[in-house]
Ligand binder design. Structure first.
Ligand code: NDP
Length: 313
């Protein structure tokens, strides 16, 4: 059985269930990866201002020769841009770097705001680390911005044609509910960490009930802090072996067959291809993965606790 390769957003737009993640690549890698992915069938790219490589992604798009309108492009509003006066200059910076004139989806990246000591006009197209993580006397400068102020500025981006849809990332049920209660335009997507060791069952059910799509980031259980990865877990490896598939394909199918969009990152051509293949786990294998890993609740991406001294989850 083949995967249902698209999901429909609450705007009516369709998005490929497997997209390419673009975080954490060495200079020039992501340009080649994007070009290769687009030339080998991908039509969905996950980007962000904070990845500091949207210019390279843009070059890859251009070199691929694939028309802009065939590609679903997501980017994300960084924490230094939550005040309403910065939101438009932030999206304009991403658009300029990517070399496109609209985004298909724009997400508030984290429910945490940082102080911006510059002006909106000074927003760099490709930022430096000092700009992204503003510190004073070595201390991170946290700002208090009402999430509804940010959301209403996001809504204006839709109304003015900069972006086709808006959404959230790393928000929990309580924070999404606050947006739902006061919004004019509902979020179309929630992007969160999700893999066999972090099922996010309640959050996914909540989003689907409210017609908010869900995207799984770090779907292979990649661990940037260097601990174990889900793709190396013995249960995942043995199921993959039994099926003649790769552990990454098992993890990707595990999310996709729950109706969740998956954005594995790779800069390796063979893996980019492998991650895009159709494949469905049967119920028995799916259940075996849930039984073995599903109660672990392993969250690899928690910069709030690890770096920012802010409680997010
Ligand atoms: P992933 O779970 O996608 O894992 C990426 C890692 O797995 C890379 O080291 C990659 O190596 C390796 N890999 C890729 N394919 C395979 C394969 N078939 N077999 C074995 N290893 C493989 O982790 P990410 O954290 O990068 O998440 C994916 C994307 O999600 C990001 O790139 C980003 O776009 C988004 N994201 C969003 C966040 C948010 O806050 N909204 C936070 C984190 C990520 P290599 O590249 O060398 O092939």
């Amino acid at each position: 059985m083949a995967l249902n390769r698209k999901i429909t957003l609450n705007t009516g737009a369709q998005v490929d269930i497997v997209g390419l993640g673009t975080w954490l690549s060495q200079p020039d890698e992501v340009r080649k990866a994007v070009k290769y992915a687009l030339q080998n069938g991908y039509r969905h790219l996950d980007c962000a201002y904070v990845y500091c490589n949207e210019d390279e992604v843009g070059q890859g798009i251009k070199e691929s020769g694939v028309p802009r309108e065939e590609i679903f492009i997501t980017s994300k509003l960084w924490n230094t841009h939550h005040r309403k006066e910065y939101v438009k200059s932030a999206v304009k910076a991403s658009l300029k770097a990517l070399g496109v004139d609209y985004l298909d989806l724009y997400l508030v990246h984290w429910p945490v705001a940082f102080t911006n000591s510059g002006t909106p006009e000074e927003t760099p197209t490709v930022p430096t680390l000092d700009y992204l993580i503003p510190k004073k006397d070595g201390k991170l400068q946290i700002d208090t911005v009402d999430p509804l102020e940010t959301w209403s500025a996001m809504e204006e981006l839709v109304q003015e044609g900069y972006v086709k849809a808006i959404g959230l990332s790393n928000y929990n049920i309580e924070k999404i509910s606050n947006i739902l209660k006061h919004c004019k335009i509902k979020p179309s997507m929630l992007q969160v960490e999700l893999h066999p060791a972090l099922l996010q069952t309640e959050l996914v059910e909540f989003c689907h009930k409210h017609e908010i799509g869900v995207t799984a980031y770090s779907p292979l259980g990649n661990n940037v802090y260097g601990e174990e990865r889900v793709v190396d877990d013995p249960v995942i490896v043995s199921i993959a072996k039994k099926l003649g598939k790769s552990p990454a394909q098992v993890c990707i199918s595990f999310a996709a067959q729950r109706g969740i969009v998956v954005i594995p990152k790779s800069v390796t051509p063979s893996r980019i291809k492998e991650n895009f293949q159709d494949f469905i786990l049967d119920q028995q294998d799916f259940d075996a993965i849930v039984a073995a890993l599903g109660t672990r609740n392993t969250r690899y991406n928690d910069p709030g606790t690890k770096d920012w001294n802010v409680k997010i989850f």
